[in-house]
Structure formats: structure tokens, C-alpha cells
Design a binder for this molecule. Sequence first.
Ligand code: SAH
Length: 465
Amino acid sequence: MKKGSIVTLEMEKFADRGKSLTKLDGYVVFVAGAVPGDTVKARVFKKRKKFAEATLLEVVTPSPLRTEAKCAYFLTCGGCKWQHVNYESQLEAKTQSVRDAFEHHGGFDSVQVENTLGTDNTYYYRNKMEFSFSSGRWLTPTEISSDEKFDTSFALGLHVPGNWAKVLDLSECHLQSELSAELVNAVRTLSLENGWKPWDTRRHVGYLRHLVIRQSTKMPEMMVNLVTSYVDTERMALFAEFLQAQFPQVTTLVNTINSTQAQTAFGEEAHVIFGSGVVHDKIGDCTFEIASNAFFQTNTVQAQVLYEVALEYAELKPTDLVYDLYCGAGTISCFIAPHVKQVVGVELINEAVKNARRNAKANGIENVTFVTGDMMRLFNAAFVKKHGRPDVLIVDPPRAGMHPKVVDQIRELAPDRFVYISCNPMTQARDLALLSDIYKIDKIQPVDLFPHTHHIESVARLKKK
Ligand code: SAH
């Protein structure tokens, strides 16, 4: 097998990042866009010692796991790499990926992984989308092979994978809502008509940086957050007028300023242009206020499913003291508070903690305490002395998992009930392997919050040995 050669492959397994793999001449070959069960023709474009990567040229015999992808940008956009896999098979692949993570990254030989809990809403499920403006437009293969000429100096859409300077100019996206896609298209037209320039990542000039849309799932509320590199009162007034005239569904407009070189929608200042500057959404009986910079689970419906699993796994009692670690805006704390005596939440980001306190108050919840700080430094004997020994631990760390010091402290505390929620089963497996002498994994429930992507949330119930 040489670089550049065209090979026929029978795809065997799903691999990381929505690719599939098979073996040929002792190599593992990865093909993006192929599905296990496909026979494909592909061109080898990368060759390393043990693996190769090939570009899909033709599906000779399609796999029974295939379905029609919905989006025109499928395979070019980084958004939903599994649109061509039927949903049942996506769920099975996710269950398997959690099992693999525990076997390969945790060294567990038999863990009970339940079937992934899926959703009926496989499209239009996100309550937040972050679109980017760019002075470098990326064209799709169809656009390139058409006779049309494209101006590539302006784009509003999503990044292509692995290239932070290039953006696909999207006229459709099935992740948030039809209204959200209409808004993107209208904002593009308005910007072009007025000569507003997109941010140029190389020269660090240009006005428009991101368009963040937060649309509540349970309430008729919608936030537009236009992230710009500087304040321009006149333009913002025109933008506000445009939204109020054309998109009355938008209940609040925020203008975040980011003059730094960092490509993020978080900025130095957030100015509320009209409305309250927040949207509300509901999980269970709790209503949450979400500010422009607050973290909130992006799939409201499935977040509730996730929290219900955590609630069931924690087997809470009215006398319990629960620690909710990595608590974000206190959503889990508020969700479980009615079932227990007291919850103590810990979160790094001060803004999120402020939100958490406001959320608890607005829901009339009094038995929660939120503490700001880095778990690694904060979570020690003095913390436990101050807040009390927990009966139950619930943790929900970011993708990187928990710091070893945090794991050590959990070992010190070792409460009987321990629930570990994770958005990355590899680090979840790694962390739980460190505790496997004192905790047995009772079972693991994966929950799908991100249809058409390889991402998965998994909830592990631990039992003290
Ligand atoms: N449980 C929440 C948030 C989970 S996301 C929910 O369901 O919405 C993980 C959270 O951990 C984020 O809010 C992040 O800010 C926080 N975090 C990341 N590193 C941390 C650290 N070292 N100490 C405390 N919190 C941290």
C-alpha cells in the first residue's frame, strides 16, 4: 500500500471522530465517511508505521447501517459526522465506544454498560449554536466543482475540522432550528449590505467575530449574542433595529467585545443592547436563567434524561448531604435538592457560581451552597471539615477528567454512594481505574445528548467494595 494508491476496503468498525476502520496488509486504515459493512474505494493520503488514512472515493456496496445524510455540508462541516449512519446504529456504536473505553483505557474486563438512551429529536436539538465570521471562506467540493464564482472573503457559518481560520458559509444547519438558520442567512445579508468586515485571524482586523444564538427549548425566548472586536454604537443600533423588525422571536440582544487574538466567543465585556440579557430554560421542575457567557447543557431534553439517571443512581435519601462537584450553573444541584437535606456545589467559574446561586433562589431552593474554586486546590480536608462529610458524591468533570489530587481526596472520603457523570468515557475509565480497589462499577448508563456526532455522556454508578 503506497501513498496515493487506490484501494478497495471492506470496512469493519467505527473508529474515533466518526471515521471507520479496517485492516489491510497489516495496516489499520481509517476512512472518514465510510460505515462498517461498506465496501469502498478509497485513496491513501497518509501512511504511518502502523496505520494509514484514506479518502473515500466511492461506496461500492453500501452498508445496511447507512441512511441518507440530511445536510448539504455533510462531510465538509465538522458538525455532524454521523448523519449517514442510521440512528439505531449510532446508539449501538456509542454503547460500544463506552465499553471499549472502560476495557482499553481503564483495564476493566467486564463492565455492565446499558444500552444508550437515545432521543426522538435527532435534529434541531441544540439550544445554543456558535457561528463564526471569517475572512477565509472554505468551499465544499460541490461548490468548487460548480461553474459559479465565489467571493471567499466573507463567511458566516461553522469551522471546518482542524482549521480555525476557515469557515464554511452555511445556508442550512439542522442542529438548532429553522429559525436559527434563517437568522444566520439574514445576518450575513445585512453584514454584506453594510460592508461590515469579518475578523481576519492573520491580520487581526475586522469587526464581526461570532454570532451566538441561544434558543430556549421550553420557553419562547431567544438570545442573539453578536461578538465583535470593538464597540460600534451606530452599527449595533442598526443591528438591534433589524432584529426587532425581522425577528420578533429574539427577546434579547447582547454585544460581547473580544479584541484579543483568541478565537472565542467569550469576551472582555458583554453589553446588553435590548431585553434582559438572559434566556430561561427548564429541566424538570427547575427554571434556569442563562446568561450569554454561562455554561448550560446544550440539549435541554436529553439533559433531563441524564439528570434523571444520575438521580436514580444516587438513591438519594431526605437525610443526605450531597456534594455536586464541577457543578456549572448548579443545574444538577437544583434538580436533586428537593430529594435531600443539603447539597454543596463546587465550580471553577465565578460567573457560573453566581448563576447557580440565582438559579437556586429563583426556584425557591434553600438547601444548596455553592463554592467557587479549583477542585484541585479547594477539595481537601479543610473543605470537608467546613461543609461536612458527604453521604453521596456526584461528579461531572470536563473532558480532561479529574485531577489525581481530586481522585485521592475521593479515596479519603469514600462515601457509599458515588455517581460519576462524564462527557469523555476515556478519562472516566482512567479515573475510575484509580479507585477500583475501593469502588466496584455497578453499571454504566450512556445517554445521547449529541445525535449525529460521536460524543456521548455516560453515568457510572459506583458501589463501595
Ligand atoms: N454539572 C454541570 C456542568 C458540567 S461541565 C451541568 O450539568 O451543567 C463541567 C464544569 O466543570 C464546567 O462548568 C467547568 O467550568 C467546571 N470545571 C472545570 N474545571 C474545574 C476545576 N478544576 N474545578 C472546578 N470546576 C471545574
